[in-house]
Ligand binder design. Structure first.
Ligand code: ARG
Length: 502
């Protein structure tokens, strides 16, 4: 069956309209098209379990609206809505065969109600129906992902507030670069997760638009109230143009892109942590580690490796989705049946990763001794010494040269710096800075404390950052709660409307 011929008579006579809704001829017509060897190939019924509840909600809102608009009579509405309740109680597994959940639910309604059940599909198509169902369900998944990310950020900030003074080596190009703190490193990931959450929230607001009432792609002669079905389902508005409404899957693209981006953040967090475990800075809790089946001494960071691996799945999902959508003509094409799964898989996989990655990192033990002694290895305080010289008036590039030369010594200490200064500047280091200041700059802890610019690793700067980050977190929590509240208010209202008929 295609939706292009529903409700319009069209080329194929359904038997309705002329003889009245007294026969099961539409069912016969469907059987003609779904009994062949491609039955399984065509069907999305089992994958549609994900949108079973969504489809029932969409059906209810549509029937309520049709009744309010006097398109369907109260009695038919009552029997259809009662049948939907029965179908819901029986569950997705009890549905009759069908090309998809939309067709199977309609068949189940007709089985219970008789031909009048076929009125449910007045003024709509599976094309607007499926788009509405995907959007309806995806909102839930997005909110769940957002709640997980917010929770993860909360845990990172809580860990950070305990590690504000824990000095560690920082790297660029994986080479020792400058001393920083564990808190500063943790906050760097919280900041990235905050942006990931922002992208998912933005995506949510475009997901949350109703395509219902678009019918196949070209609208309907029935006097439908599109704003009403949108409101009953908690949508913030419409995808107005009917062809756009049934064709659009860019909301899946931006969701999947947001999820893949979140995956990238998490895989960075995982990779850093694997390296820290490798260097002995970090000891994962047993719950987040695995051992070897042959090497009894092993404690492996498998959970974090799987976080990296799952990011690959999410990136693959985004790529699969884009490939499915590329070059599709207007309006509905069956390729679209393959689009949703990429987004579902990606969002499930990465949401689980967020919980595990942050769980692993925030329950791990930091070896403060190992971190402290590694913090200064590889002359990581060099930049601080150059900064000290530059602050005394030596041009930074010249200061860089002095310190680079001192860094070639076996022991890049005050004596080596003095020798380098004589060679490059032609005068004593001590005519620029005092010895105590140099000793301070060479100390990793003091080096960290000196970098107190906004967003820097000095304990005070991190403490101030933590306050701002907590404010941001509270704002995101409020944004999520507001959206959840809108959805549950709409769901309660739909229940009330339905209970007026049954
Ligand atoms: N199962 C289909 C999907 O998931 C529903 C829409 C079918 N529409 C049609 N014209 N064949 O996309």
């Amino acid at each position: 069956m295609t939706d292009d011929d529903q409700n319009t008579g069209g080329e194929h006579d359904t038997g309705y309209g002329r003889t009245g809704p007294a026969s099961g001829e539409s069912v016969v017509r469907r059987e003609r098209f779904t009994g062949g060897p491609a039955r399984e190939f065509l069907s999305s019924l089992s994958a549609d379990e994900r949108i079973f509840a969504a489809d029932l909600a969409v059906d209810r809102a549509h029937v309520v609206m049709l009744t309010e608009q006097d398109i369907v009579g109260d009695e038919d509405a009552a029997t259809i809505l009662a049948a939907l309740a029965d179908i819901e109680a029986a569950g997705h597994g009890a549905l009759p065969a069908g090309e998809d959940v939309h067709e199977a639910i309609e068949t189940a309604v007709v089985e219970r109600v008789g031909p009048a059940g076929g009125r449910m599909h007045t003024a709509r198509s599976r094309n607007d129906e499926v788009a509405a169902c995907i959007r309806y369900r995806l909102r839930e998944d997005l909110l769940a992902a957002l709640e997980t990310v917010v929770e993860a950020r909360e845990r990172l900030l809580a860990s950070a507030s305990e590690e504000v003074e824990t000095v560690m080596p920082g790297y660029t190009h994986l080479q020792p670069a400058q001393p920083t703190t564990v808190a500063h490193w943790l906050c760097s990931y919280e900041g990235a997760l905050a942006r990931d959450a922002g992208r998912l929230l933005d995506a949510y607001d475009r997901v949350n638009r109703s395509p219902l009432g678009a019918a196949a792609f070209a609208g309907t002669p029935f006097d439908v109230d599109r704003e009403q079905t949108a409101a009953l389902l908690g949508f913030d508005g419409l995808v107005e143009n009917a062809t756009d409404a049934v064709s659009a899957r860019d909301f899946l693209v931006e969701t999947s892109a947001g999820v893949a981006g979140l995956g990238l953040t998490l895989s960075g967090l995982a990779e850093d942590s694997v390296l820290f475990a490798h260097r002995g800075y970090l000891d994962l809790a047993d719950a987040y580690a695995s051992t070897s089946s042959i090497m009894p001494q092993k404690k492996n960071p498998d959970t974090l490796e799987l976080v990296r691996g799952r990011t690959g799945d999410a990136v693959a999902g985004l790529s699969g989705l884009l490939t499915t959508l590329k070059g599709l003509p207007r309006a509905y094409n069956r390729d679209l049946q393959r689009a949703g799964r990429h987004a579902w898989e990606a969002i499930d996989s990465v949401t689980a990763s967020a919980e595990v990655a942050v769980g692993a990192v925030t329950t791990a033990d930091w070896d403060e001794g190992a971190l402290a002694s590694a913090a200064g290895e590889g002359f990581t305080t060099a930049t601080g010494v150059a900064d000290l010289l530059a602050r005394s008036g030596v041009p930074f590039r010249t200061a860089h040269e002095v310190v680079a030369l001192a860094g070639e010594a076996d022991q890049p200490d005050a004596a080596a710096l003095e020798a380098a200064a004589r060679e490059v500047l032609g005068e004593s280091l001590w005519s620029h800075v005092d010895r105590a200041a140099v000793e301070r700059a060479l100390d990793p802890e003091q080096s960290v404390a000196s970098r107190d610019s906004r967003g820097g690793p000095a304990p005070d700067a991190v403490a101030a950052h933590l306050d701002r980050a907590r404010d941001g977190l509270a704002g995101d929590r409020a944004a999520i709660d507001e959206r959840r509240e809108t959805l549950s208010t709409a769901a309660r209202r739909l229940d009330r409307e339905v209970s007026r008929y049954v």
